[in-house]
Design a protein around this ligand. Structure first.
Ligand code: F6P
Length: 322
């Protein structure tokens, strides 16, 4: 393999730049030409493909977002779109790809290989941490720290007013962010999609008998089944009108900012290992770090297998809120 390309796709996440940098420098180290593709699959279709060198990735390791920009491409979901993308890649002689993204991005790469034989290794870039085959995804640690910092601030005002706060964090279908933020931020409870059908939760948390704390922080994952933080707060107010809860939705703040050291290191290891894997002939696999070792998981598994929430962490939430 003489020419490869790197791109970011789907929601951005802090650490993507560190991963791009590692992929570019590792390719150059192994004497392979490396291209960048802007705006993910959109750029592939539109031919927004350019050569990169060591200088193109200087001074980006500490920056959030992605210098290659990102997109969620509808056109790439069509065979015509993929044919256009493959034609553009072949025009440049590109034989392999490093795709930094989540589930949807891996699915696109798998289809591109099936239809046009372009090889791809995936790097898990999403704050949600919901990808099977890696202990952590790139951006998760930063998002957790950002949300935890916000909760520390909310605590000050919650304490001053003796108030209950529902804080909604990201995680479209997964509660990883909510659970770690809940534990690290000392929350009284977490609501996550993995723990559905919680009966009597209002009474359990807010009955007079339970109300010993002067204030409470409750962390809610956006994908939580009862409808999110607004909905939960409304239900509490309806049942106990004397409680006047407040809601904070942290939203996209969690996706930005300087990546933590843990995210930079994870992204750097995965970026370099993804290039090496391509050069060894691997394709249709996602790179990850499992038990501190680089590891590869077939795209099929990374996409369709569900990564479980750590039950020990869930149990700890209960233990700490006796
Ligand atoms: O998958 C990452 C993520 O940040 C989710 O947590 C969130 O639900 C979604 O992306 C938001 O997507 P968008 O930026 O398109 O609104």
């Amino acid at each position: 393999m003489k020419k490869i390309a790197v791109f970011t796709s789907g929601g951005d996440s802090p650490g993507m730049n560190a991963c791009i940098r590692a992929a570019v420098r590792s390719a150059i180290y192994h004497k392979v030409e490396i291209y960048g593709i802007r705006r993910g699959y959109e750029g592939m279709i539109n031919g927004d493909i350019f050569p990169m060198d060591t200088q193109s990735v200087a001074n980006i390791i500490q920056r959030g977002g992605t210098v290659l920009k990102t997109a969620r491409s509808k056109d790439f979901m069509t065979p015509e779109g993929r044919a256009k993308a493959a034609k553009n890649l072949k025009k440049h002689g590109i034989e392999g790809l490093v795709c930094i993204g989540g589930n949807g991005s891996y699915t696109g790469a798998m289809t591109l290989f099936e239809e046009h034989g372009i090889r791809c290794v995936g790097a898990p870039g999403t704050i949600d941490n919901d990808l099977y085959g890696t202990d952590y995804t790139i951006g998760f640690d930063t998002a957790v720290n950002t949300a935890m910092d916000a909760i520390d601030r909310i605590r000050d005002t919650a304490d001053s007013h003796n108030r209950t706060f529902f804080v909604e964090v990201m995680g479209r279908d997964a509660g990883f962010i909510a659970l770690e933020v809940g534990l690290g931020g000392g929350a009284e409870a977490v609501f996550i999609p993995e723990q559905a059908n919680r009966k009597n939760w209002i009474e359990e948390l807010f009955s007079k008998k339970r109300r010993r704390k002067s204030f409470s922080i409750i962390v809610v994952a956006e994908g939580e089944e009862e409808g999110g933080a607004m909905e939960l707060a409304a239900k509490v107010k309806e049942k106990y009108p004397e409680i006047d809860p407040r809601v904070t939705i942290l939203g996209h703040i969690q996706r930005g900012g300087q990546p933590t050291a843990a995210d930079r290191l994870l992204a750097t290891r995965i970026g370099a290992a993804s290039v090496e894997a391509l050069l060894e002939g691997k394709t249709n696999v996602a790179c990850g770090i499992v038990n501190n070792e680089v590891s590869f998981t077939p795209f099929e598994e990374a996409i369709y297998k569900r990564k479980d929430i750590n039950p020990q962490l869930l149990k700890l939430m209960d233990v700490l809120n006796v």
